[in-house]
Design a protein. Structure first.
Length: 495
């Protein structure tokens, strides 16, 4: 701890965002370029050497947070990068995309604003690339064993990198035309510019990982054939089976799933298409779902210049402070948070029906109505209580030319035939069944990430990838030196 009084003398200061009017005119990241490094040393100084760092327990990766905070406060970027990469393959991803449960578990957060752990992490990762501290780490020798990883999201990439570095020959199969899974086509450019992803993929290629894009296992390559071709198979396809909204009028044109909408905007940014065929431009947009995916839709719609955009959240508006009885420290609390997208919608007044930002809380969709041509024109909603029961006399109607459903995901998509061809056993909730060693019901086939855990955070996805890599390495060689930060049945801290 470089400054024993840092947490008392230095206030919390986060990476500043660009002005709203400026950033909504482009797709670049929302943060002010170069504005993090001048403040991050003093912010790292706020880490208070608490003795029992609960930030470790809150982060499934087991990140060595106090250690690299101390190193950053001393400007030792090389050692900080080493300590960060010891537990996290892709800190530039988590430093931008993770909601930071580590900060909720910060001891300082008991009665003060937490250390800006997420910002420090992003600063270390970016500085490491700038200083050339992240060279490829190919294995010294090959094991002669082969592994297929199905899916190139954070779980698949983490598993592939760990197994490649352990000496196995790894091929990653991705059904899309580009690598990255939801990080590529689900995460908007303004949250994470894709050059961060490309840089890691090139590092992995240099280490020896092979990639097969536009290859859907189960359709383009038989799942049974893949199993016989490789010594082990890791299924890391994610949970991409989206949840539906079975209400009257759902069949109308203009109602789309979030993952039908977001990839098109990303393809515009990639230069694949000039404009999105599902655009919010000039339309009244309603987003059904109050989570991160809904916020991603909100930020994307704002940049497409809608007539209005409103987000519906079925839960009541949370308070600004942690409820110590319901969600005591160090659990991750449900509090009112203002994402960059909500800040943009608030300042631009995109939702006349909402009182603060673009969100209507405690709102449940009853039905959609359309015009004579079968296109949606309005959404009918009602306010609900904590048990989601309609409150009499609270019905209202919103204009809606475009409706985006962001209701989460139930499990892996079975459309390609991978699961059925292998004959994998499934859990009642729709995820892949596995044992305490990440192994499925089929010998030599392992499952990790959202496909088996269910929809979760990027830090859990990377932790799953690292842990399943250790399990596969042990299966292939009889032992493993690879770290396994979590077990398949571990869950976040709750009351």
């Amino acid at each position: 701890m470089a400054d024993p009084k840092g947490f008392m003398t230095t206030p919390r200061q986060e990476w500043p965002r660009r002005p709203v009017e400026e950033r909504v005119r482009d797709w670049n990241e929302v943060y002010v370029p170069g504005a993090l490094l001048p403040i991050v040393n003093r912010q790292a100084d706020r880490c208070m050497d608490c003795g029992v760092p609960f930030c470790h327990e809150a982060c499934p990766l087991g990140n060595l947070i106090p250690e690299w905070n101390d190193l950053v406060s001393r400007d030792d970027w090389r050692q900080a990068a080493d300590r960060l990469h010891a537990t996290n393959n892709f800190p530039e991803f988590t430093g931008r995309l993770c909601p930071a449960p580590c900060e909720a578990g910060c001891v300082l957060a008991i009665n003060q604003p937490a250390v800006t752990i997420k910002n420090v992490e992003a600063a270390i990762a970016d500085r490491a690339w700038e200083l050339g501290l992240t060279p490829p780490r190919p294995p010294e020798r090959l094991s002669g064993r082969t592994v297929a990883v199905v899916g190139s999201g954070p779980t698949g990439l983490a598993a592939a990198q760990q197994l490649t570095r352990a000496g196995h020959t790894v091929a990653v199969y991705e059904r899309d035309d580009r690598l990255g899974g939801l990080m590529r086509y689900g995460i908007p450019e303004f949250k994470m510019e894709k050059h961060h992803l490309e840089r890691r993929i090139e590092q992995m290629r240099a280490e020896g990982t092979k990639f097969r894009t536009s290859t859907a296992v189960g359709r383009d390559v038989g799942a049974a054939e893949l199993r016989t071709r490789y010594d082990a198979v890791v299924i890391a396809t994610g949970a991409t089976a989206w949840r539906e909204l079975p209400v009257p009028g759902r069949e109308l044109d203009g109602i789309h799933q979030a993952m039908e909408y977001l990839p098109l905007a990303n393809r515009v940014c990639e230069g694949d298409i000039e404009s999105s065929p599902v655009s919010a431009a000039g339309k009244h947009v309603v987003i059904v779902g109050g989570g991160d995916t809904g916020a991603d839709c909100l930020g994307t719609a704002v940049r497409q210049r809608p007539a209005s955009v409103t987000q519906l959240d079925i839960y009541a508006q949370p308070g600004a402070e942690r409820d110590e009885d319901a969600e005591p420290w160090p659990t991750y609390p449900k509090i009112y948070r203002l994402s960059a997208a909500h800040e943009e919608a608030r300042d631009l007044r995109t939702a006349p029906a909402a009182s603060a930002d673009a969100r209507l809380f405690a709102a449940s969709t009853l039905r959609f109505t359309g015009d004579g041509g079968g296109h949606v024109r309005s959404l009918h909603l009602v306010e609900v209580d904590a048990a989601r029961r309609p409150l009499p006399g609270t019905g209202r109607t919103l204009p809606a030319d475009l409706v985006l459903l962001a209701l989460g995901f139930s499990g892996p998509d079975r459309g390609d035939g991978l699961i059925d061809q292998l004959g994998l056993q499934m859990e009642p909730r729709g995820t892949i069944r596995r044992d305490d060693g990440f192994a499925t019901s089929v010998p030599g086939v392992f499952a990790a990430g959202d496909a088996a855990r269910g929809q979760s955070l990027i830090v859990w996805a990377i932790a799953e990838g690292r842990a399943v890599a250790a399990a596969v390495d042990r299966h292939l060689t009889g032992s493993s030196q690879l770290p396994a930060p979590i077990g398949p049945f571990d869950r976040p801290m709750v009351v």
